[in-house]
Design a protein around this ligand. Structure first.
Ligand code: AMP
Ligand code: MG
Length: 480
């Protein structure tokens, strides 16, 4: 059986400056590492059984029928500094598929060789970041948080030169689109209003068909990003590189580079080794989103006939982020605390817990999971001083009692909100280390452990444990 992808490539019909056509580079010895068959089925993609055939497709050596490969152009603010020309330097969009339910998805190869936007880079990826993105994006999807997905991973048989020679790999990434704030910035900076208008219309039709013009698009993206970042923070996720080129219009998480789920909670936590000033720290993420969305507003402004009115309206929309984020975040926190209703003081109650957790260096995931069990006092065991949580536990219990909710029901709801398992950094690193030596079984085991993160499973306790002394990873490196 040959592969069948239901391609319909709408991005390739946008004006010329939006992309450059480019075929993936052939690789010497492609081998399949993983293929996500449930995702393929959801996308309406029919795949052969033969791993060798799959490796040819997902390395880019064999193009599926109907592919129209291209590299997308974009610009972006990286750590606040403007780069007028970024673009897919190591990624190629094979095309878009229309899933059986009509939903449209990009199919992209990441690590498939140089493009018009590679600048000094080699266009390649090594196995480490490919596995990291595979693991974390699929874990994010299992946590029900909007994200790009991983359809496949292959090794290429090539050696990629980084700090040392490393095995080359290609990730097949799926997203509802890869349109970024930086995509709009690219066209706005070139003052190509025709292309900018076409991109705006394309994005609205694709993601927010009821939105009215650029103002409606901006409003919808602000809402989607406010909800997304609240959801990230609800699972202790730090994106790590919230540059404007890594922020989507769809409101999906993309570009998993030096990202991480926190172990011990601290609001100033940073993982990226290049983020020296904590710009993208855990608790800074909402402010950074505002900054990025303001860049989107600036890029959309040339599409507004009455510029002054446009500035006023966009400023108001951007200023509205904070309330929309707070509403989403407080909703996330209430759910994490098992509150079905909203009462004055709920946000303070939740923030008080986070403050105690920071002091107690308590593990973010484990505290909330413990609170979700039949004996919430087990959360005390996560603190360096177990009595640190006692006054808070009493306040929380009193608030829970005001709801008079059935306890079993509350526990079920909390367990469906507070995961038992997240992709812990030390586990990911162990997986990558083993895979680099040719052993992919830890990768398969980790993927299985993360597939149902809300279910209790005594066999998976090792994946629920916080890193032991010496095991904790404090920095992750750029995903190149
Ligand atoms: P990132 O920080 O991973 O979001 O990437 C920022 C920019 O650098 C994007 O334009 C990437 O396409 C480009 N880039 C990253 N790694 C490579 C590479 N190995 N070769 C070419 N371009 C790259
Ligand atoms: Mg990027």
């Amino acid at each position: 059986m040959t592969a069948r992808f239901p391609f319909d490539n709408s991005y390739a019909r946008l004006p010329a400056p939006c992309f450059t056509r480019q075929r993936p580079q052939c690789v010497p010895d492609p081998r399949l590492v993983a293929v996500n068959r449930p995702l393929a089925a959801r996308l309406g993609i029919a795949l052969p059984d033969d791993p060798a055939e799959l490796a040819l497709i997902f390395s880019g050596n064999a193009l599926p029928n109907g592919a129209d490969p291209l590299a997308q152009a974009y610009a972006g603010h990286q750590f606040g500094g403007w780069s007028p020309q970024l673009g897919d330097g190591r990624a190629i969009l094979l095309g878009e598929v229309l899933a059986p339910d009509g939903a449209r998805f990009d199919i992209q190869l990441k690590g498939s060789g140089r493009t018009a936007y590679s600048r000094m880079g080699d266009g390649k990826a090594w196995l480490g970041p490919v596995l990291r993105e595979y693991i974390v994006s699929e874990a994010m999807a299992a946590l029900r948080i909007p994200t790009s997905r991983a359809l496949a991973a292959v090794t290429t048989g090539e050696i990629v030169l980084r700090e040392r020679p490393l095995p080359g790999a290609v990730l097949t990434r799926v997203a509802s689109s890869h349109i970024r704030i930086g995509t709009f910035q690219y066209l706005a900076a070139r003052r190509d209003i025709t292309a900018l208008q076409a991109l705006c219309d394309h994005t609205i039709a694709r993601h927010y068909p009821t939105a009215q013009g650029p103002a409606g698009l901006l409003d919808a993206v602000i809402g989607a990003q406010a909800r997304l970042i609240a959801q990230w923070m609800g699972v202790g996720f730090i994106h790590g590189v919230m540059n404007t080129d890594n922020m989507t219009l769809s409101g999906e998480t993309i570009d998993y580079g030096p990202c991480a789920f926190m172990d011990a909670y601290h609001p100033d936590r940073v993982f990226s080794s290049i983020d020296q000033f904590g710009r993208y720290a855990y608790a800074n993420q909402p402010q950074i989103a505002v900054w990025n969305l303001a860049q989107l507003a600036t890029a959309l402004l040339p599409l507004i006939a009455d510029r002054d009115a446009g500035i006023d309206a966009f400023t108001q929309a951007i200023n509205g982020f904070s309330d929309r984020f707070d509403a989403a975040w407080h909703g996330v926190l209430r759910a994490k605390l098992g509150l079905a209703t909203e009462a004055p003081g709920d946000a303070e109650l939740a923030l008080e817990l986070l403050a105690r957790m920071a002091e107690a260096r308590a593990d973010f995931t484990r505290v909330f999971r413990a609170l979700s069990g039949p004996d919430p006092r087990r959360a005390r065991d996560e603190c360096i001083d177990p009595t640190a949580l006692d006054p808070w536990l009493a306040r929380w219990q009193a608030r829970i009692d005001t709801e008079g909710r059935d306890e079993a029901q509350r526990i079920r709801a909390m367990q469906a909100t507070n995961p038992a398992r997240i992709p812990r950094n030390h586990r990911i690193e162990q997986t990558i280390e083993a895979a680099t030596k040719g052993d992919f079984s830890p990768f398969a085991q980790l993927m299985a452990a993360l597939a149902h993160p809300f279910d209790d499973d005594a066999h998976l306790a090792t994946y629920e444990a916080a890193p032991a002394e010496g095991e904790a990873i404090t920095a992750t490196f750029c995903g190149t």
